[in-house]
Design a protein around this ligand. Structure first.
Ligand code: AMP
Length: 281
């Protein structure tokens, strides 16, 4: 796999790719790749001739008390993993390359960013949307692949593409999980053995409520209470939010219908984990 660290280098390379009439897919990541990221690469390979994976820990999307400094990074490992999955180009720019100066012009989504994760991570989604818009402009992909794991992020990106008439097609891939249900995350490496066991409560609680929905329960209050009691019963797990929302507006619903999303964020020790399930899926 070829690694480009500069915008000019990547653009020159992709120009020659496009001159051979090849289509380009982008998989934006923060690196320290796991099987969840790699399934995005697989999907990208099926949809385009040339797959670009970006690896960039974006400072703009981290809050001052968050884990920017300790976020795991390992370019040579990521390079081996993506090569094995048939990615063609890695884009691994430095912070200086992406932000020679702090951007004055940024993308914000005031209402949608005030919901779920955005409510607890002020500025986070503005940082995400701004870097994704930059990556779209740098790579000019035909298609970009994201994960359902970051559900609110996927909603915001689809909305950005629609509101700003961007030409990229957005594909969202299902969540890849450990055999016991824990959603794969680069942050899972922060968990001690005990915390790793406790962390299963997130997916178990969501699965339990989704099963209640499948059996006919339609009351959001009932579905949330069931999940909440499972989470609250797990020592070491502190729920930040647990909500049942409509998939496009992110508004809370009172009566659940297929396609609504049950989303959770919880701290396991100091590690903040997120997960979600689409009802009726
Ligand atoms: P990140 O490196 O955490 O920014 O994630 C990069 C992309 O991978 C995002 O679109 C995530 O939604 C996606 N992703 C992360 N974890 C998973 C997972 N367990 N299953 C599917 N996609 C994932």
């Amino acid at each position: 796999v070829r690694t480009e660290t500069t915008i000019a280098g990547l653009r020159a390379h992709l120009k020659s790719v496009r001159s051979r009439a090849q289509t380009v897919a982008l998989v934006p990541t923060m690196g320290y790749l796991h099987e969840g990221h790699l399934t995005l690469v697989d999907r990208a390979s099926k949809r385009a001739d040339h797959v670009v994976v970006s690896l960039f820990v974006n400072p703009l999307q981290f809050g001052p008390a968050e884990d920017l400094a300790t976020y795991p990074r390992d370019l040579s490992r990521d390079s081996t993993l993506t090569e094995a999955r048939g990615a063609h180009t890695l884009f691994a720019p430095s912070v200086k390359e992406m932000y020679p100066k702090m951007p004055e012009i940024v993308i914000t989504a005031p209402a949608l960013s005030d919901r779920l994760c955005g409510h607890f991570r002020p500025g986070h989604f503005s940082g995400v949307l701004t870097v994704v818009a930059k990556l779209f402009n740098i790579v000019q992909p035909d298609i970009a692949v994201f994960g359902q794991k970051d559900f609110q992020q996927s909603v915001l990106i689809r909305r950005m593409v629609s509101d700003l008439n961007l030409t990229v097609e957005i594909d969202v891939a299902p969540i890849v999980r450990e055999p016991d249900g824990l959603a794969l995350s680069s942050r899972n490496i922060y968990l001690s053995a005990e915390q790793r066991t406790a962390a299963v409560a997130l997916s178990s609680a969501l699965r339990w409520s989704a099963a209640q929905f499948a059996q006919g329960e339609r009351s959001a209050a009932a579905l949330l209470t069931a999940a909440r009691s499972l989470l609250d019963g797990e020592t070491g797990v502190t729920v930040q939010y647990l909500e049942l929302v409509a998939p496009d507006t992110l508004d809370s619903v009172e009566t659940a219908k297929p396609g609504d999303v049950l989303a959770v964020a919880a701290f396991v020790g100091k590690t903040r984990l997120i997960d979600n399930v689409v009802l009726g899926a």
